[in-house]
Design a binder for this molecule. Sequence first.
Ligand code: AMP
Length: 290
Amino acid sequence: MTPTTHNATIQVLSTASDITSLPSGCIFVATMGALHEGHAALIRDAAQRARGTSAPVVISIFVNPTQFNDPADYARYPKTLDADLSLAHSAGATHAFVPDVSLLYPLGMDAAKSQAAAITLPPVATQPNLEDSRRPGHFAGVYLVVWKLFELVRPSAAIFGEKDWQQLQLITAMTAEMNQRHGTSIRIIPSPTIREPDGLAMSSRNRFLTPAERAIAPAIHRIMHEARTLTFPAVAEAHMLQRLQHAGLHPEYAVVRDAATLLTPIPGIPWRILVAARLGSIRLIDNMAW
Ligand code: AMP
């Protein structure tokens, strides 16, 4: 298929030959679509970095089946392609890569799942009582899809949100491995979390919150702030669990860790507060520097 043009300015790439026509060295933002201001900030950051160079600003939109451990979550993941292309364009993207599942997983889903299961994840992805304990298999799917996207898109740099802090650490480790194996020099650039005025971190899934849940959700951000005023990580963790429950959330974890390794924090090295909590049918994650 010939790349199609949206709004006369963003090129939509969907086939293998479309993507090979893309010059290498772009600045890349990988997403699952249902774009919001958090994504727009990443794209604007990419466009800013590309300014004055000939580097394309490429966004991918792909709801990756191998990273969903809940089939219902995958089935209902919001799809808003036209609005996404407009937002990506106004934020400064020059190209949108929108592949079919069969382009990324040509051997079918069973083969893709086996491939993901065979991945040895870097230690940062599997630290206890974080994402991997609650979403087994999720990070293998993320690792696999970002590896494949990088091979196809061949970026010089990729921007990832701090909103998904553990994912950002995983991608950083994965990219170091890829750079070493392929002789590439892809750079991973973190971008800060964009929040609603009341502190709730923006997320594509927030649209599923009922008005009553939406009113409760900003408690996560408030409670992380409170935790930072306490002296010891263990005290902060107990405080967060108790306060989250009291606010009507169902915490999965609320921890203080070494920001880079996600191991137990050591004085003198940056720490990170990480929280995951359920609210109705939605799972919310957030984090903050200690
Ligand atoms: P997703 O579409 O949820 O897979 O996210 C795509 C990228 O956008 C990831 O790098 C996320 O970390 C980032 N992102 C999602 N929400 C936000 C946010 N509220 N602020 C900053 N970055 C975000």
